[in-house]
Design a protein around this ligand. Structure first.
Ligand SMILES: Nc1ncnc2c1ncn2[C@@H]1O[C@H](COP(=O)(O)OP(=O)(O)OP(=O)(O)O)[C@@H](O)[C@H]1O
Length: 269
């Protein structure tokens, strides 16, 4: 019989005819009396829906985290337990420093996963400082293991910037935009005012930043505001200045960066 590969270099790659066939795989080393592989009699004796016993450790020796929801309630005081188990409505916990708030939050997160079938991707846990966020993540990880990686446990700022980067196209930015802090923002506004030939004594850049921030809070864009800015003598008002074409510098900034004044006003409020 000939094959497509008779003329190819592959034709020479077969085993030499005088070589012994390879040994059978180890699994088939003990065939049954009729040559068929022996099947252990207990293999299909159990129910297929029986829970698989959990090992106490991962393969690398690390302790497997607690997943038994009732174990998560152990060691909590009455109020903490009620907060962990609470269901049906938002819950506000007011408690002093060091009173066990993080303990409640971390146990609640683990409880939601273990008892309520919540997916880790549905968890958002936010706090103010990187230190607190890091500690919270560590403590959640101790309870639920690597599933903590699928959760958002972070600061308000990093959660917000993550959303902004993810949705950047909808906002007209690229996902690699940079965020201006207060000093960057001040510098940019000074440059814009200079481009507009505005006298910094009469029109301090700070007043533009504040005005833009307020307008943004009211969801008024520059076109709308410029349309409203009538009646004042030319050169006498912020509104009149805003009717002049936006300098190239500001337009570039808007394309490539999160709007600095907005960020500043949001984070300082
Ligand atoms: N019911 C409890 N029984 C025993 N120890 C507890 C209990 N609740 C909290 N603790 C312990 O008290 C300490 C403070 O708890 P936790 O960090 O959760 O408090 P917190 O209110 O988040 O603190 P902070 O205000 O500093 O962020 C921790 O060591 C925690 O393990």
């Amino acid at each position: 019989m000939s094959s497509l590969f008779d003329d190819s270099f592959l034709a020479d790659l077969g085993p030499p005819s005088n070589e012994e066939p390879p040994p059978p795989p180890e699994d088939s080393a003990h065939p049954g009396p009729d040559g068929a592989e022996d099947v252990p009699h207990h293999l299909f004796s159990g129910g297929f829906d029986a829970p698989v016993p959990r090992e106490a450790h991962y393969r690398d020796g690390a302790a497997r985290p607690v997943v038994d929801p009732s174990a998560l309630l152990e060691g909590l005081n009455e109020e903490q337990r009620a907060a962990v188990e609470h269901t049906g409505s938002p819950l506000l916990i007011v408690a002093g420093a060091g009173s066990g708030k993080t303990r409640v939050l971390t146990h609640r997160i683990a409880y939601l996963l273990g008892a309520r079938g919540t997916h880790p991707g549905q968890i958002l846990a936010i706090t103010f400082t990187n230190k607190a966020a890091g500690e919270m993540k560590e403590r959640v990880e101790e309870l639920v293991g690597p599933r903590a990686n699928a959760m958002w446990v972070s600061t308000f700022h990093s959660a917000c910037v993550r959303i902004l980067r993810r949705e950047s196209k909808k906002l007209g930015f690229t996902s690699s935009f940079s965020i201006y802090d207060a000093a960057d923002s001040k510098r940019l506004m000074s440059l814009v005012c200079r481009d507009l030939d505005l006298d910094p004594k009469r029109f301090p850049p700070k007043s533009f930043s504040a005005k833009i921030s307020n307008l943004k809070n009211e969801l008024i864009d520059e076109e709308t505001f410029a349309g409203q800015a009538t009646g004042a003598p030319p050169g006498r008002s912020l509104g009149e200045a805003s009717r002049r074409p936006w300098p190239r510098r500001m337009r570039c900034t808007r394309r490539g960066c999160a709007r600095p004044t907005h960020w500043t006003s949001t984070t300082s409020s």
